[in-house]
Design a protein around this ligand. Structure first.
Ligand code: UDX
Length: 429
């Protein structure tokens, strides 16, 4: 089957390579010529485990190619997947300008019977708008379906090859059959539903997970007040099969390109449809307050940040990615600098070059040893294996009373204290 993938961002590149690996002829399209040249040469513009290998394999087999030409990509394609960005607009809702623009561009090149699949995260009801836009520019028969993307950065290839579920939001029988066939090699767990339901399920899934994280962060704060240990609380709660232990380790708040955006977009969507008093507003607000709140908590325990040398370990928004979008480090480091600290950082992949240019109170180093040298405070922010499995006894400075802040509750307090550090975790006293 010929598949056109519009938008070669994170989701677009992974999806193109995965479908090509199943023997389809896939053409990835982007308006950015430099991106297309790089991808055609097998260069992935970001770090994602397993993607480079898959891209090389599918490019070499000539099942995958990239272009900037709508005509080349869309002509004779049976399925066109739209995976362009949907930045947040001024009112907080998803800005559909790129989705609309690509719909206008693809329309004149559509073949009769083509299926336009919207994978970008868009508000329920968007398919009708897209239908109108395309209809105004073509006479051919086509359908619009919604198949939202649930991949996680850092395990995107695995998640796309083995999704927990595929939601096919479509009303037309032939469209449902073709999209089911296309996704069958990936999973048996294919759910067919209305496009509006698929779009709502995408927003609701991310918002639920973000709410779960925010909830446990709140409980961790309460543990600070009463001497309970959040890890014990989580294990106690997790015994209830309705709750479970998974996916709610506390920390500096959620980041990345999806959760912050999807939660605030769902909040804005709710306001726009007359539900101003919604939970999502609060979740977003609490997550925004997370970094200043924790820095104040820790600051009180260490006698203030002024004049302290702080080693921040982990800059990406989570492990196994170089993505720093909405990463807690983007707030942590400037706030520490503002409070008078001198910050050195380490990350296995990510960097914050703009911040480094701005101030001489901040420097990124290439090893944990270098970043923690003479540090008063060592703050582990991201659970990269390189950070969590490091032997910190090697870098303990006997001349300093060093504090170890475990921003992800990944370490044993006992072990860290045995090595001579004072241990501070999240929701642990
Ligand atoms: C998320 C969704 O998981 C995915 O299904 C969706 O399609 C895109 O958004 P991603 O942003 O890649 O994926 O990362 P994820 O692993 O879900 O983590 C999101 C954020 O929550 C990270 O900042 C992470 O550190 C944080 N998090 C996650 C917590 O703070 N605690 C947790 O228990 C889990």
């Amino acid at each position: 089957m010929k598949i056109a993938c519009i938008g070669t961002g994170f989701v677009g590149v992974v999806t193109s390579a995965v479908f090509a690996s199943f023997g389809h002829e896939v053409i990835g399209l982007d308006i950015d010529q430099d991106k297309i040249d790089a991808l055609s040469a097998g260069e992935v513009p970001f770090f994602e485990p397993g993607l480079k290998e898959l891209l090389d394999e599918t490019l070499e087999s000539q099942r995958l190619s990239f272009t900037t030409s709508y005509q080349e990509a869309i002509e004779s394609a049976e399925v066109i997947m739209v995976m362009v960005g949907t930045p947040s607009a001024a009112d907080g809702q998803a800005d559909l300008k790129y989705v609309i623009k690509s719909s206008e561009m693809l329309a004149p090149n559509l073949d009769d019977g083509a299926i336009v699949v919207i994978k970008s995260t868009v508000p329920p009801g968007t398919n009708l708008k897209i239908r109108e836009v395309i209809s105004s520019k073509t006479e051919v028969n086509f359908t619009v379906a919604s198949v939202p993307e649930f991949l996680k950065e850092g395990s995107a290839v695995k998640d796309t090859l083995h999704p927990a579920r595929v939601l096919i939001g479509a009303n037309d029988k032939a469209t449902i059959e073709k999209l089911t066939l296309l996704h069958q090699p990936l999973t048996d767990n294919i759910l067919v539903m209305k496009p509006e339901s698929a779009q709502m399920a995408k927003y609701a899934s991310n918002t639920y997970l973000a709410t779960r994280i925010t909830f446990i962060n709140q409980i961790a704060d309460l543990c600070q007040k009463n001497g309970a240990d959040i890890e014990e609380v989580i294990s106690g709660m997790g015994q209830d099969p309705r709750i479970g232990q998974h996916y709610w380790y506390p920390g500096f708040g959620y980041g990345g390109s999806c959760f912050p955006k999807d939660v605030s977009e769902l909040a804005a969507y709710s306001r726009a449809v007359g539900e101003a008093n919604n939970l999502m507003n609060k979740v977003h607000e609490l997550n925004q307050e997370r970094v200043p709140r924790l820095l104040a908590q820790f600051g009180n325990k260490i006698g203030g940040w002024g004049g302290k040398k702080v080693a921040v370990l982990g800059l990406s928004f989570k492990p196994n990615t170089d993505d720093t979008r909405q990463a807690p480090s983007l707030q942590i480091i400037p706030q520490l600098i503002e409070a008078g600290a001198e910050v050195r950082s380490y990350d296995p992949r990510a960097s914050l070059p703009k911040l480094e240019e701005k101030t001489d109170q901040y420097q990124q180093l290439t090893s944990i040893e270098a970043a923690t040298k003479k540090a008063d405070i060592i703050m582990a922010v991201v659970e990269w294996p390189q950070i969590t499995s490091f032997d910190y006894s090697q870098i303990k400075d006997p001349d300093l009373d060093q504090v170890f802040i475990d921003g992800r509750n990944q370490f044993s307090a006992e072990q860290i204290e045995k090595w001579g550090f004072k241990y501070l975790g999240i929701g642990r006293t």
